[in-house]
Design a protein around this ligand. Structure first.
Ligand code: SD4
Length: 294
């Protein structure tokens, strides 16, 4: 591989995440360490309402976190519905490296994290709790998320390192005011994230239920396997997602992808999605093409 290391990450907070990950790549680290470091950066950002410590709670006031990670050897790890732990992505990586399992959820995941000395956090943050209390007063029923506003900050990252090894990570607090126990696409290998070193990797953001329905990230990778560019593969996956839904009102989803040549691309249902790209010479935000306007 001669293309040089590269990182891409969803949304504008992908930029500081990439910068955190880049330090690993620069020091000769692996793409796995880079995506973990990037995800950790966002997980500790108190201003992000959809990831880590700043995340929005479920309808009962619990912030439950989902994350997964995957490397070039198809090793993968995942946590779902994990409460009170600062870095779900690192727990997912630990599960991947130190257990025969892929996925731990809920109390079991929390117990595992505590037993292995992972830092705890108190959630929701006081200001997030206030918002939730206000919401609770206003309405009892689950509402559709206001996309690009309330539910848009999940971070998905993909990196290729000096030797061409691809890894990906994804971490989120999920859909604000979700039903307790709800998992989205983000902790599900093949939906929120998929990597196959024969082809490349992809991550998803947006309404997880819709992404799961088409095994989103896996679909992107399989389309690249058929020879599609990262952008074309993301586009065809978005088109498939649209075909499976009768009502697309507010249903924002987006995919970004990288292939083994280091080519990258993305595509979203609606306008307004961007991703951050970091290379030796670039550190920028890219607006993706989209299927339709709001
Ligand atoms: C979820 N996909 O839990 C996540 C949310 C998300 O940008 O991506 N927001 O459904």
């Amino acid at each position: 591989y001669t293309g040089g290391p590269k990182m891409i990450a969803t949304w504008s907070h992908g930029q500081p995440a990439n910068q955190a990950g880049w330090k690993k790549l620069e020091a000769g680290g692996s793409s796995l360490d880079a995506v973990e470091a990037g995800a950790r950066q966002t997980e500790s950002d108190v201003t992000n309402r959809s990831v880590g410590i700043g995340g929005m709670p479920d309808r009962e006031g619990h912030v439950t976190l989902d994350a997964c990670i995957m490397d070039w050897e198809s090793n993968c790890g995942s946590v779902g519905c994990l409460e009170g732990i600062a870095h779900p992505i690192s727990v997912a990586k630990h599960i991947m490296q130190h257990t025969p399992h892929v996925m731990l959820v809920g109390e079991g995941a929390r117990k595992y994290a505590l037993e292995h000395g992972f830092d705890t956090i108190k959630t929701p943050l006081p200001e997030v709790r206030k918002e939730w209390e206000k919401w609770k007063k206003e309405q009892a029923a689950t509402k559709k998320p206001e996309i690009n506003h309330e539910n848009h900050d999940t971070i998905g990252l993909l990196a290729i390192d000096h030797s061409g090894r691809i890894s990906g990570a994804c971490t989120t607090s999920g859909w604000a005011y979700k039903l307790p126990g709800r998992l989205g696409d983000s902790p599900i290998i093949g939906s929120g994230l998929f990597v196959d070193q024969e082809v490349g990797g992809a991550v998803a953001t947006g309404l997880g239920e819709s992404i799961i329905r088409i095994a989103g990230a896996h679909t992107v990778v399989e389309l690249m396997r058929q020879g599609k560019s990262p952008e074309q593969a993301c586009k065809e996956t978005v088109e498939r997602l649209i075909r499976k839904h009768k009502d697309m009102t507010g249903l924002q989803c987006a995919f970004i992808a990288i292939n083994t040549k280091g080519e990258v691309g993305g595509f979203s249902v609606y306008n307004g999605f961007n991703y951050a790209l970091k290379t030796e010479t670039q550190d920028q935000l890219i607006d993706t093409p989209f299927d339709r306007k709001w």
